[in-house]
Design a protein around this ligand. Structure first.
Ligand SMILES: Cc1cc2nc3c(=O)[nH]c(=O)nc-3n(C[C@H](O)[C@H](O)[C@H](O)COP(=O)(O)OP(=O)(O)OC[C@H]3O[C@@H](n4cnc5c(N)ncnc54)[C@H](O)[C@@H]3O)c2cc1C
Length: 476
């Protein structure tokens, strides 16, 4: 664990998501006295679980299916830190079954033990959803990615689809290969994605280490990791965690440092914290309300960061219809399908029948996010049956949807120059959140990286501590 080079200071971290929690842990590890403030009655931010009283009994439901990749080193470090690594295991080797309901053909995106970039060669050579010519062209485009520098500002303003076209990628190759991965990781189709972000993701996942894109899937509800284990780790680290408490805009304290007004849920209990440093780790929407005047170089840029929705369609069936933990679909409105039976706590049905709980994870959901559940049911159940024929004979025991309208920031061309860094113009006030300038799209990895960057910035600078900075002042 890292230790503080400077004196211990009181620090308030605002936001208990995957940016705020690692920031708080890191600051505590450095010897600071940390208070973490979270509006909701739980930690985890956008990656959380809830209980559903379903016709098949109590289910533990994630607001949205989350996966990570082996190259997500900061998120993996966080899992280690909270003791959650074994609960979100990584594949030994990347293996994504890809099904086309039109042809009935199953392709596999998987790697061998060969070094980069040969590790994907065999899989691409046999990928049935592309013609032989498209496969050769896709391999060439993968090589061409090497020439792109994600940090080159010129790439930020361009869109990924244009670049793919210039590499000779057909519409089918974009849909059956590039968007298959890109929509799930970037939450937008190639035409709506900054080339810089696409280059960063595809280069990191495909061209760094052979195992970089191996997929990790939690086998427990997200809340077990991001709330229960995270809270225990914060307690062990000595962080004071205030849940169901809203933080206000930090104000300069007379003796230096920051005063942060806190209001418990319902507004009954109000008090104030004084801290040497503050680290808002909230989404871009509420972030301006947490930043003092003059903190950002370009405050007008924040509202221009758009958001993108993710829809999850949850289906509980009276029988097992899927043997694999997950698969992806092409030539279908269905994107990725995960088996959630074990992680949701779904037990068997009376008489020993084995029910199965599937979730369809639909990124870049666009206007679908608004559609009523019955319309989505009519759209997705027949499509699921096209992909998994036993679904047609199965009884649907439960069907519901979860919608996250602002699941991620929109990775649109030009977004890179809108994202502020961790360091602000206000001494001792640093910024975190997956939407800040991490170089990553809005992911758990980006969130954790932003939190660690903010913690480093707090530890490395800020206003000089004073006596009053070092005291948690509480007043009504
Ligand atoms: C449905 C869905 C699926 C996703 N799938 C994936 C995936 O598969 N892989 C992946 O890597 N990422 C995925 N993501 C993205 C990932 O969940 C987010 O990027 C990440 O969780 C963002 O973390 P954060 O801490 O930056 O922000 P948030 O999670 O938004 O956390 C900010 C926190 O600040 C709190 N807050 C705000 N204002 C205040 C205030 N005034 N006082 C106190 N607290 C405040 C909020 O309540 C919130 O808890 C997905 C997201 C969604 C919604």
């Amino acid at each position: 664990m890292s230790t503080a080079p400077g004196p211990a200071r009181a620090v308030v971290v605002v936001g208990g998501g995957l940016a705020g929690v690692p920031a708080a842990l890191d600051l505590a590890d450095r010897g600071h006295r940390v208070t973490l403030v979270e509006t909701r009655p739980r930690l985890g931010g956008l990656a959380f679980s809830f209980r559903r009283d379903s016709p098949v009994g109590a289910l533990r439901v994630d607001n949205g299916q989350h996966v990570y990749l082996r190259c997500c080193t900061a998120y993996r470090g966080f899992l280690d830190r909270i003791g959650g690594t074994s609960l979100a295991p990584l594949q030994t080797r990347l293996d994504v079954p890809v099904l086309d309901p039109g042809t009935g053909r199953l392709g596999r995106i998987r790697r061998t033990a060969l070094p980069v970039p040969l590790h994907l060669g065999a899989s691409l050579a046999r990928y049935p959803h592309l013609s032989p010519g498209e496969r050769v062209s896709a391999a060439r485009a993968t090589f061409a990615l090497r020439r792109l520098d994600p940090d080159d500002p010129a790439l930020d303003g361009q869109d990924f689809a244009g670049w793919l076209r210039r590499q000779g990628q057909t519409d089918r190759a974009v849909e059956a290969l590039w968007d298959l991965i890109g929509v799930a990781t970037l939450n937008a189709r190639a035409g709506d994605v900054s080339l810089a972000l696409a280059a960063m993701i595809f280069r990191t996942g495909l061209l760094t280490e052979p195992g970089a894109a191996d997929i990790g899937v939690p086998r427990v509800p997200l809340g077990d990791l991001h709330d229960t284990l995270a809270r225990a780790a914060l307690d062990r680290a000595g962080v004071t965690t205030l849940l169901a408490t809203r933080a206000g805009r930090p104000r300069r304290a007379p003796g230096g440092g920051w005063r942060v007004a806190l209001a418990a849920r319902g507004g009954r209990d109000r008090h104030e914290l004084t801290a040497a440093a503050a680290a808002p780790a909230a989404p871009p929407g509420p972030a301006p309300r947490l930043l003092p005047e003059g903190a950002l170089d370009h405050p007008g840029r924040l509202p221009r960061i758009g958001t993108a929705p993710i829809l999850n369609v949850h289906v509980v069936l009276d029988r097992k219809v899927l043997r694999r933990p997950f698969f992806a679909a092409v030539n279908s409105p269905v994107q990725w399908v995960f088996d959630r039976t074990t992680s949701s706590g779904l037990s068997g049905l009376p008489g020993g029948a084995r029910a199965q709980y599937l979730v369809l994870s639909q990124s870049a959901a666009g206007e679908e996010i608004q559609l009523p559940a019955d319309v989505l049911r009519k759209r997705y159940l027949p499509e699921l049956a096209r992909l998994l024929p036993p679904v047609a004979g199965a009884r649907v025991l439960d069907f519901f949807v979860t919608r996250e309208r602002a699941a991620t920031f929109a990775p649109a061309p030009g977004v890179g120059r809108l994202r502020p860094g961790a360091v602000t113009r206000a001494p001792g006030l640093t910024l975190a959140g997956a939407w800040t300038a991490t170089g990553w799209p809005a992911t758990m990895e980006g969130a954790v990286r932003s939190g660690l960057a903010a913690a480093r910035a707090v530890a490395g600078g800020g206003s000089a501590p004073t006596r009053s900075d070092d005291r948690h002042e509480e007043s009504v």
